[in-house]
Design a binder for this molecule. Structure first.
Ligand SMILES: Nc1ncnc2c1ncn2[C@@H]1O[C@H](COP(=O)(O)OP(=O)(O)O)[C@@H](O)[C@H]1O
Ligand SMILES: [Mg+2]
Length: 235
């Protein structure tokens, strides 16, 4: 990993993956001017999809959700460069990707300090030909095998002792080869032991139930069994 630093900002980047100027890589206008924007997705904010010189990438600016987020939408308390959201997620993705867990490869992370706070961005691999499980389940049921693979991928992540504190079906992607991917590791962290792992699964189950009530996805409680089977088999 390389670092580019000025007085008030740091960019951490993988020089194999980022050929562009690291000081411009988080500037949506820069990509727009180069006709490199290939799409976008809406979550808390907009995630921009970009064609870089080496690969397709997803560019996200860190934002808060909730009521507090309405006041200070994208500012975080600065306690050190290595404590920033973007640096933490970059490192976590690197560890997971190196361990063979299906997560986006981290390309670059940035933090910009102003006064006592900072703002942050992350550039990571765009998972090709993939859709989140909410999107998939709005169209069709998923097969037992697909659910099984979701369970396996979560078990792989737990093997690396990563606690995904926002494990919901917006943050799980299925690609056209049937591979499952885990995304959105903001605020996630390494944790020893196993007593927290069930919480991830409980949250995931609540997410299926919530989306079922909200937009009648093609899902039933019984579909959680093959997922748990995959999880337990891999563990
Ligand atoms: N690396 C990626 N590859 C493909 N799609 C992505 C990627 N990152 C994000 N997305 C899409 O953008 C949406 C929002 O991104 P996410 O990282 O979950 O941010 P947030 O939930 O904070 O808005 C996701 O639900 C997904 O549909
Ligand atoms: Mg998300």
């Amino acid at each position: 990993m390389r670092e580019y630093q000025t007085k008030n900002q740091v960019v951490w980047f993988d020089e194999q993956l980022l050929r562009e100027d690291p000081s411009q890589a988080f500037d949506v206008d820069f990509w727009q001017q180069n006709d490199a924007i290939i799409g976008s997705a809406e979550g808390r904010g907009t995630t921009w999809f970009i064609q870089t010189q080496t690969m397709q990438a997803a560019l996200r600016h860190y934002r808060r959700g909730g009521l507090f987020g309405k006041l200070v939408s994208d500012s975080y308390w600065f306690t050190g460069w290595q404590e920033t959201r973007s640096y933490a997620e970059f490192q976590l993705l690197k560890t997971l990707a190196d361990a063979g867990v299906h997560v986006p490869k981290p390309i670059a992370a940035r933090a910009i300090k102003s006064g006592l706070t900072y703002r942050a961005d992350l550039l990571s691999e765009k998972i090709a030909h993939a859709e989140d499980l909410v999107g998939v389940l709005q169209r069709r049921e998923m097969s037992a095998e697909e659910y099984y693979r979701v369970g396996v991928e979560i078990a792989k992540m737990h093997h690396v002792q990563v606690n995904h504190t926002d494990l919901n079906i917006h943050n799980l992607l299925l690609d056209r080869d049937g591979q499952v991917w885990v995304i959105d590791f903001d605020k996630c962290y390494h944790q020893d032991g196993t007593d927290w792992q069930q919480n991830n699964l409980d949250r995931l189950l609540r997410s299926f139930v919530k989306e079922k009530n909200k937009r009648s996805i093609h899902w039933q409680e019984a579909h959680f069994s093959p997922l748990l089977e995959g999880y337990q088999q891999y563990k």
